[in-house]
Design a protein around this ligand. Structure first.
Ligand code: PHE
Length: 415
């Protein structure tokens, strides 16, 4: 372990001229916010899981989709790009946009990096949640680490056509076909349309489940090297259309090389932060990394379907008041000083002020030159989560704290 290698999740990767991971981004690897119970990203993931588990069951009532949320974000460049048919000179590979550990290894830029290996392992329907890494500006909606949920569903000819009248006469593939804006060359139009319909219905049901009936949704045509046709789903949010996911009919070449050449499939990748920001009106993506109890505790519900009423931390203004007092024991006797400890005071402030107290800090210390008595001054920041505090409200509590300090801690107020 030294300058010439990078340590990630207990593994060592030799540096080369591709290496561009920073200590800052590496410090996020392993945080796994999506696996942290009651974190908003975990909550969304759990709600999506629950929806897929209950809405899509197999022949014996077992869930159709398996869920995977523990795959390492350290992937090969092959997984992240080549396995998805992304050409060697594609701009999405540039070091300026990605975090490379070295020439062959990187932090995944999307959960699609696992599509191929999951299909090769025999899965026909799966969801995959994970942290993804992209070099980007840092602002309210961009952060170098975010979280995605990938979904893939494959169909055999039987699965796709069994519900269609005279379905046994239809086929998934044709030869001599052409690639058009609507389909890949080897797919029949009827197969693609059924897959596309199932994809859009599945995703519409999902967002309707998450957001409620009156959510407005629209589909926008787009391009991905690993799906065709490809779409983006946008939802109406605060008078604007916001992109929440990319999806499409999987490129057949991907399925062919992953051992599922007899099937058609759809895939989607959605941004968990995006969904959470819309769902809970969280204004800044950096808040997801907050360790602040006042943020986290708002998502600690008994039941994942319980509605969340997210209250922005800084929405209501704080008020502060100072409190100064002489410590007990005159003339600086050691005995007096020892009878007062800071934590006693903090505890007293908490017990009187409760959740209205946001912060207590020592702002001044003074020792009287003649008497040797010591005086402390604390600043108490008050803030209510649900309304703006008035000066009168705060003064009342503050006076209670002043009195309690004199009675319980034996200090002499300089109020
Ligand atoms: N991986 C794509 C992205 O990160 C999203 C996507 C997933 C698109 C699956 C199509 C299919 O933007």
């Amino acid at each position: 372990v030294g300058q010439d290698s990078v340590e990630v999740l207990g593994h060592s990767f030799p540096r080369d001229h591709f290496t561009n991971v920073t200590p800052k981004v590496l410090s996020k690897v392993g945080r796994n916010l999506h696996n942290q119970a009651h974190h908003p990203l975990w909550l969304i993931k759990e709600r999506i899981k629950a929806h897929f588990y209950s809405a899509y069951t197999g022949r014996w009532g077992t869930p159709l989709f398996s869920v995977h949320d523990n795959l390492s974000p350290v992937v090969t460049v092959e997984q992240n790009f080549d396995s998805l048919l992304i050409p060697p000179d594609h701009p999405s590979r540039k070091p300026g946009d990605n975090y490379y550990l070295n020439r062959t290894t990187m932090l995944r830029a999307h959960t699609s990096a696992h599509q191929s290996e999951m299909v090769r392992s025999g899965l026909d329907a799966f969801l995959l949640a994970g942290d993804v890494y992209r070099r980007d500006e840092i602002n309210a909606s961009h952060y170098p680490v975010f979280h995605q949920m990938e979904g893939v569903r494959l169909f055999s000819s039987h699965e796709l056509f069994s519900k269609v009248k005279n379905g046994e006469e239809l086929s998934l593939f044709e030869s001599g076909g052409r690639r058009t804006p609507h389909k890949q060359e080897m797919h029949t139009l009827e197969a693609v349309k059924l897959v596309e319909f199932d994809l859009k219905r599945t995703l519409t049901r999902l967002v309707t489940h998450l957001f409620g009936e009156d959510l407005e949704v629209r589909w926008v045509d787009c391009y991905f090297p690993f799906t065709h046709p490809s779409f983006e789903m946008e939802v109406r949010f605060q008078d604007d259309w916001m992109e929440v996911l990319g999806c499409g009919v999987m490129e057949q070449e991907l399925l062919n090389s992953s051992g599922a050449g007899n099937k058609l499939g759809w895939a989607f990748g959605l941004g968990l932060e995006r969904l959470a920001m819309v769902l809970y009106s969280i204004p800044d993506i950096r808040l997801f990394w907050s360790q602040d109890e006042r943020f986290l505790k708002q998502f600690r519900v008994q039941d994942i379907h319980q509605p969340i009423c997210f209250q922005l931390l800084s929405k209501y203004p704080p008020l502060h008041n100072d409190i100064s007092f002489w410590l007990p024991g005159s003339r600086g006797s050691e005995e007096g000083r020892e009878s007062f400890t800071q934590n006693d005071f903090y505890e007293l402030v908490r017990s009187v002020g409760g959740d209205l107290v946001e912060k207590v800090s020592l702002v001044d210390e003074f020792t009287h030159p003649k008497t040797g008595r010591r005086s402390l001054c604390y600043r108490i920041v008050y803030r209510h989560m649900e309304h703006t505090l008035t000066q009168q409200e705060v003064r009342l509590i503050h006076q209670q704290i002043e009195r309690a300090a004199e009675v319980e801690l034996g200090v002499q107020g300089r109020y």
